[in-house]
Design a protein around this ligand. Sequence first.
Ligand code: G4P
Length: 540
Amino acid sequence: RALCLYPRYAMETSDNISEEAVRRRTFAIISHPDAGKTSLTEKFLLYAGAVQEAGSVRARAGQRSATSDWMEMERQRGISISSTVLQFPYRDLVFNLLDTPGHRDFSEDTYRVLAAVDAVIMVLDTAKGIEAQTLKLFHVCRSRNLPVLTFFNKFDRPGRDPLELLDEVEQQIGLRPTPATWPVGQPGDFRGTIDRRTGLFTKYTRTARGAAAAPEEIVDAERAAAEEGDAWKVALESCSLLDAIGADVDIPSFLAGKSTPVFVGSALTNFGVRALLDAVTELAPAPLPRLDLAEKERPLESSFSGFVFKIQANMDPNHRDRLAFARVCSGHFERGMDVDCTRSGRSVGTKYVTTAFGNDRETIEEAFPGDIIGLVNAGDLRIGDTIYAGKKVEFPGVPRFAPEVFASARPLDRSKIKQFRKGIEQLDQEGVVQVLRDLDFGDTEPVLAAVGVLQFEVFAYRLSSEFGAPTEIISSPYQAMRITDKASADRLRAIGGIRILYRSDNEMVALFENKYRLQRLEKDEPELTLKLVFDGQPDS
Ligand code: G4P
């Protein structure tokens, strides 16, 4: 096998939970499609020694698509819908890298992954900067105060002025950029980077597609000045400018999600990859105790607890099963242990616990805070559920995001109405889309709400292929949704272009055909309950 995920049993773990927690770095890489997320992931694995040769992850992704009908849709569309979790050791730490599907058409799943990580690496293509379609993803990080490391990628080819890119990060995301490394030479004429903390220059050596680690020659300032001439001078000028405005890496504001250390490099040729991995080691936070519903900390060393942030069902036609991914928040998880679900009060099976890299699975024997476990066919777990052993706990649920697109679903074959209902119920529970119902009309034609139309496509595909209920998706004219209550609903019903429906968690929601009318109403009748679902950016 080309790709050798580091075998878990080869990792030495200690019995001491806090010692293990301190070694964890749980993070995600987010980027615009094509900015280089896959390349960077590959290079991380290469530098961590988890793969022998870069290129194997992508090759593996290709094989993966060929073996499953669920993946067939991904293959056809050339996208990755199902997130993966990679665990690998680096230096004396354990990295948990969660994949966020990189596609312009987001699904709530992408956002939910961010609820399970402690830090994020934001990859930008130096030639493009921040692209509109993924801006919201970055805003989600910002709004949740997640620590973000920024990587300006593709410096080996022509691109934009890095000072201009810093400005863009600050203006558009509201994160104060603090370069940790600074490029010598413009994109396309890349000479290497200056480490702003030490002043040392790391010379860039072009490698053939970076199958193996790149040579990293560290050069002192005097030699760099002689060899790099004007490029060196310009870089020093930029560095003094950055010094003058105090744009230095500042750990407290980084951890608070207010500033972002910036690194430059080229994932393709491996330049800057090690510096970024080291930054994850040194700057990104280890797991912290999670607050429960009463805002009390669950200490890392207390008995096992975790929360479900993602459910993935029927990925592989050979084993039609359901994986609930949970992030461990406290304690030592051991396969086969007794675990309960706080919401249902039922016990959760822990005999079959796996990692997932597409279709490839590996049994997990144990896990510590920060780790992700995939519970196979674990009863009726739902997104946001808390699971625990020993002392009971309940964590706040995973936030739902303000839908931006709406549609209705209608069974194409009326004789399949039973399958249609069953499918809708399950896909609603899994969080594939939000299902909204009109109590007066029963559940034959629910309204579906999502953050991207991709969610509808997945929904229809799965209803047909897994539940045998071919379904027609008809787009709806709504533009925005707000949570409301009974008193406000009575008033809203009297206004045209608004529909009142119920979500499966019994929240009453109002759908608006015209978002300007909504804005007007918010201004004119502030006493109405019109709560925004999303916890960050307003859904404009
Ligand atoms: P994504 O996961 O964010 O969508 O991006 P991915 O890594 O797949 O990279 C998208 C394209 O950009 C790939 O080219 C990749 O080789 C290229 N790329 C990534 N990092 C760099 C970099 O630092 N420098 C340069 N010059 N290119 C980079 P492709 O043509 O789509 O694929 P391939 O034929 O190279 O495999």
